[in-house]
Design a protein around this ligand. Structure first.
Ligand SMILES: Cc1cc2nc3c(=O)[nH]c(=O)nc-3n(C[C@H](O)[C@H](O)[C@H](O)COP(=O)(O)OP(=O)(O)OC[C@H]3O[C@@H](n4cnc5c(N)ncnc54)[C@H](O)[C@@H]3O)c2cc1C
Length: 362
């Protein structure tokens, strides 16, 4: 006897989107979340930016799912009346070397048919009078979204489709059989549940959940945690668009994001971590000011206060890893590893991607 056809581990934006896609096919879906509500981890600890899809490795899953996901996401949030602002983004260069890098970004955007407008110093000043820079690129497709409202809508879809979502319920361990994947939650060894397909999208815990699944050999990639701290600007916002420096190793650089309430946040930086910790230190102010001053000199007269942080899960190859371990015709274990940025933008596309993997499996 099977209890659920599909069991999704993790109630972040990815798990909710996958559960929404699967439940829309009239399948019996269960979603387990260890916290007392949805989206308490990385899904509410990011820049909330809908990315155009400019920077990723050619033909990677990140590139494909970000561009597809952006189209799906704008349509979904318009249909649902979810708050968003397609404010656009300026990528700003301050040195000759950086201007050269803008050219690569522009060329890549042409390959992908993503519109980017070239800006000279005068254009930059007209668009954002406080911005310092020699040249830039403007992406109209970039915007921000209310991530909490988005996740709440995914959750409503799952429930309206007849899916089950349970909070305060931690996946503890699993065992793969020929006719089911058996698992227990909250270490309750006497209550064993059976599912045909188990989907592990537990974010920072994905490798740990994968390790707890026994009786089948599969590859678990090495994960590197890279923290991204944010600081909030006190007072008025200097910009009406998102301002990004040239991308750096492990991140897109400390950028300026406006949120839907009008506040300005700067971040994320990159900090290598040994273990999960979301604290943001006040000591970061100098480091942030030094980095921001390259494109906004007036930061020296303003105050930054510690805000929040998120943690990137980096794997070798720097792409999303969506692993389909097919045990037989009916039974599968799907693991999602390295779902860092642009995971939010890609969320609906990832949901559809996983649905096509497992429905095709049947
Ligand atoms: C600093 C930063 C900035 C970012 N900015 C952007 C951006 O601007 N735009 C963009 O597109 N993307 C961005 N991202 C990426 C985006 O935030 C992530 O890709 C996305 O939130 C990942 O969602 P998730 O559901 O996989 O993970 P999470 O949101 O972490 O959800 C995983 C869930 O699994 C649960 N869980 C864990 N273990 C268990 C268990 N054993 N049993 C049950 N539940 C469990 C957790 O409690 C959690 O709720 C950013 C990421 C970071 C770190």
């Amino acid at each position: 006897m099977i209890d659920f056809e599909f069991t999704v581990v993790g109630g972040g934006v990815i798990g909710l989107s996958i559960a929404k896609s699967l439940s829309s096919e009239n399948k019996k879906v269960l979603l387990l979340e260890k916290n007392n509500t949805f989206g308490q981890e990385n899904s509410s600890r990011n820049s909330g930016v809908i990315h155009a899809g400019l920077y990723y490795i050619k033909n990677s899953l990140k590139e494909k799912l970000c561009i597809q996901g952006r189209h799906y996401l704008y349509k979904y949030i318009k249909d649902r009346g979810i708050k968003y602002n397609k404010c656009g983004k300026i990528i700003v260069a301050s040195s000759l070397d950086e201007i050269q890098k803008l050219k690569f970004i522009k060329k890549n955007a042409e390959r992908l048919a993503i519109e980017l407008v070239e800006l000279d110093k005068k254009n930059l000043k007209e668009m954002e009078p406080d911005l310092n820079g020699s040249a830039g690129l403007f992406s109209r497709e970039t915007g921000i979204v209310d991530v909490h409202q988005l996740m709440a809508n995914f959750l409503i879809d799952v429930e309206n489709n007849g899916g089950t979502i349970v909070f305060n319920t931690e996946f503890s361990e699993g065992f793969i059989n020929q006719n089911s994947i058996d698992f227990i939650v909250n270490n309750q060894k006497n209550d064993v549940f059976k599912t045909k397909v188990l989907i592990n999208c537990s974010g920072l815990n994905s490798y740990r959940v994968a390790k707890s699944i026994k009786n089948f050999q599969f590859k678990i990639p090495k994960i590197r945690f890279v923290k991204g701290n944010y600081m909030k600007l006190e007072g008025d916002s200097p910009f009406s668009r998102l301002i990004y420096p040239i991308p750096q190793k492990d991140g897109l650089g400390i950028h300026s994001t406006i949120c839907l309430s009008g506040e300005t946040h700067f971040g994320p930086d990159t900090e290598q971590l040994k273990s999960v910790n979301f604290d943001v230190s006040r000591d970061l102010e100098n480091k942030f000011k030094k980095s921001i001053s390259k494109y906004w000199s007036k930061i020296k007269d303003r105050n930054l206060v510690p805000d929040y942080s998120g943690i990137r899960t980096k794997i070798v190859g720097n792409d999303f890893c969506i692993q389909n371990n097919k045990i037989n015709q009916n039974i599968s274990l799907i693991n999602l590893f390295g779902i860092e940025s642009p995971g939010l933008t890609s969320s609906i596309a990832i949901g559809e991607f996983v649905k096509n993997l497992v429905i095709e499996n049947k």
